[in-house]
Write a protein that binds this ligand. Structure first.
Ligand SMILES: [Zn+2]
Length: 111
């Protein structure tokens, strides 16, 4: 028997909590689909974010939903690979740029 839908959460989620929620919700299905199939969905969501960035009002609900979808699919990929997203991102970006270690970054970049 299907479970009753939970009410939508309105309070902010930490990244570890989000990754756990995504695992509880989708990991079984993500495993059945496989890594590259799941990656395909992630890429599709990135495409939808691209469209939302061009066509939707900045900061609108429509744009926010596409950011959420991209992050959710990224968390699915991390779950399939056994990567702790929060730990990975902290290791690389906490305290500044991953290359020059400064805030703000002072790396020379191409435009
Ligand atoms: Zn830098």
């Amino acid at each position: 028997m299907p479970r009753k839908p939970k009410p939508r959460r309105r309070t902010p989620l930490t990244l570890p909590a989000l990754q756990r929620e995504i695992a509880k919700t989708f990991l079984k299905r993500d495993r059945r689909r496989g890594l590259m199939g799941t990656f395909g969905w992630f890429v599709e969501e990135v495409g939808e974010l691209s469209t939302a960035l061009r066509e939707e009002r900045p900061g609108s609900e429509a744009q926010a939903a596409e950011f959420a979808d991209c992050l959710a699919w990224l968390a699915s990929l991390a779950n399939l690979c056994g990567v702790d997203l929060s730990r990975a991102v902290a290791r690389k970006y906490a305290g500044g740029c991953s290359r020059c270690r400064r805030q703000p970054c002072r790396c020379r970049t191409k435009k």
